[in-house]
Design a protein around this ligand. Structure first.
Ligand SMILES: *Cc1c(COP(=O)(O)O)cnc(C)c1O
Length: 462
């Protein structure tokens, strides 16, 4: 399998190269050159298979033989053995035909574990094979950092440095990162805000001289392997509800669009999906684009669903590439315009998107109302991100006979603030984390200065 850039001007890469590379040299994102087919027989044969087996079968064509089958099976099995539910991503039926796909049973209680438990192991495998080491740098305001740390803590060939804004992440989220005391994990609290931390990570990727030739790897959702890992649960959920014999719909609480794009890849491979509903919080660029063709940046709003607080949806570019029928020049032109002024999609690509995607935006007051209402109707306490999905799924339901699957992206204990605001006493952390607030922490506070951060990384990497 070869991978090509959405902007059409970067060289095609192999799977191994694409996982180690991140963004394409032309500023685009890598996508597979061809979409592997999941035939009706392939889907029918998955009925009754374990999650790990479905994962192996769905991802194998994307890996394209670059990892030996037995080794890849072991990597996949180990990655999903870290989840606390035997089904890995269980379905929970809410009413007659609305289901929650619980993606939060991994080590850090959010769906990012599904991809990052796998990505750390794949990176470690390729690095060991090449006899190389690499450094991961990332900035986080919450979920990504802890999931990346949990995904890399056992990797022999990786050192991970995660920057978070000092005293500006919740205690649970900070402790999920800082109580991992592995030798290759470095938490840095930056005396600044998230944007300062993000800017330093970006600058470090742009000029890597401070690492003297050691590779710097990105584990944000531009990394293709994260998308690939997420395709699996769309297939597993649809098969559990009767694919290939009947279609399903999905509703996805969205921000950078990595999650829902993975669902779209499953659909393009042949999974029968009636529609995708994109749920956003008040940061609604995806909803404005689909509903009003208003593809423009707006001020960031801090919401009760903070992991969906974004101005730009980086992975939307991958869907635009498909909507523009893989015309990289057109995508590059649209995104260059979008950087400096409000933009709009051309008519035909927008019409193509609207055939398969609906969208809905949910504000903070509605998130609280939904948490109460869903509890009243189903006894479930939803986390605030999942709450946006619950409401969007109801508003954009479509054909009532088609099962609607809303993706539950986080465990409610992780976002207790919203749950308490909605009038509940809070939700206990699951047993494997119930002593989180007593565990020893380790992190280093640094000023928001690039030189200081780079010196720390250069001196501490092993
Ligand atoms: C990251 C995240 C999202 C958004 O996912 P994208 O792939 O960026 O669209 C939604 N909910 C939670 C809890 C998250 O951590």
């Amino acid at each position: 399998m070869r991978y090509i850039s959405t902007r059409g001007r970067a060289p095609a890469l192999s799977f191994e190269e694409v996982v180690l590379t991140g963004m394409a040299s032309d500023g685009g994102l890598y996508v597979p050159e061809t979409v592997p087919e999941l035939s009706r027989d392939d889907l029918a044969d998955m009925a009754g298979c374990s999650y790990a087996e479905i994962a192996f079968r769905v991802m194998k064509p994307y890996v394209g033989g670059e990892i030996d089958d037995d080794i890849f099976r072991t990597i996949v099995r180990d990655a999903y053995a870290t989840f606390s539910h035997d089904a890995v991503v269980p379905l929970n039926q809410l009413d007659a035909n609305h289901f929650l796909l619980e993606l939060f049973h991994g080590p850090t209680l959010a769906f990012k574990d599904v991809a990052l438990q796998l990505l750390g192991r794949i990176l470690d495998h390729f690095l060991a094979k090449r006899g190389e080491r690499a450094v991961i740098m990332g900035a986080t305001s919450g979920d990504t950092g802890s999931a990346a740390i949990e995904g890399c803590r056992h990797c022999d060939n990786l050192d991970i440095f995660i920057l978070h804004p000092y005293q500006r992440v919740s205690e649970v989220q900070r402790r999920q990162m800082t109580t991992v005391l592995a030798d290759n994990v470095f938490n840095v609290a930056i005396e600044g805000n998230f944007d300062d931390a993000q800017a330093m990570v970006k600058a470090s990727f742009a000029d890597q001289a401070f690492l003297n030739g050691t590779r710097l790897v990105a584990v944000n959702s531009i990394n293709w392997a994260r998308i690939m890992a997420q395709i699996v649960y769309y297939v597993a959920a649809a098969v559990a509800l009767g694919a290939p014999h009947r279609p399903v719909s999905f509703c996805v609480p969205s921000a950078n669009f990595g999650n829902v794009f993975a669902g779209y890849m499953a659909y393009r491979s042949g999974l029968p999906v009636e529609r995708f509903v994109i749920a956003t919080n008040a940061n609604d660029i995806l909803h404005r684009t689909l509903a009003d063709n208003d593809f423009s940046k707006q001020e960031l709003v801090a919401t009760l669903a903070p992991s969906m607080d974004i101005v730009v949806s980086s992975n939307f570019e991958r869907l635009l590439f498909e909507a523009y029928e893989r015309d990289g020049e057109a995508v590059a032109a649209l995104l260059e315009r979008f950087q400096s002024e409000p933009a709009a999609l051309a008519e035909a690509p927008l019409a193509r998107l609207r055939e398969r995607f609906a969208s809905h935006s949910v504000d903070d007051a509605t998130i609280l109302e939904v948490i109460r209402e869903a509890h009243h109707r189903t006894q479930e306490i939803l986390d605030p991100h999942t709450a946006t999905g619950y409401r969007a799924a109801e508003c954009e339901r479509g054909d009532e006979a088609v099962p609607m699957i809303t993706l539950a992206t986080a465990h409610p204990a992780k976002f207790a603030e919203a749950v308490v605001k909605a009038g509940f006493p809070g939700v206990p952390l699951p047993p494997h984390m119930d002593d989180l607030l007593e565990r020893e922490e380790r992190y280093t506070v640094l000023p928001a200065e690039l030189a200081a951060v780079q010196k720390f990384v250069a001196e501490n990497r092993r």
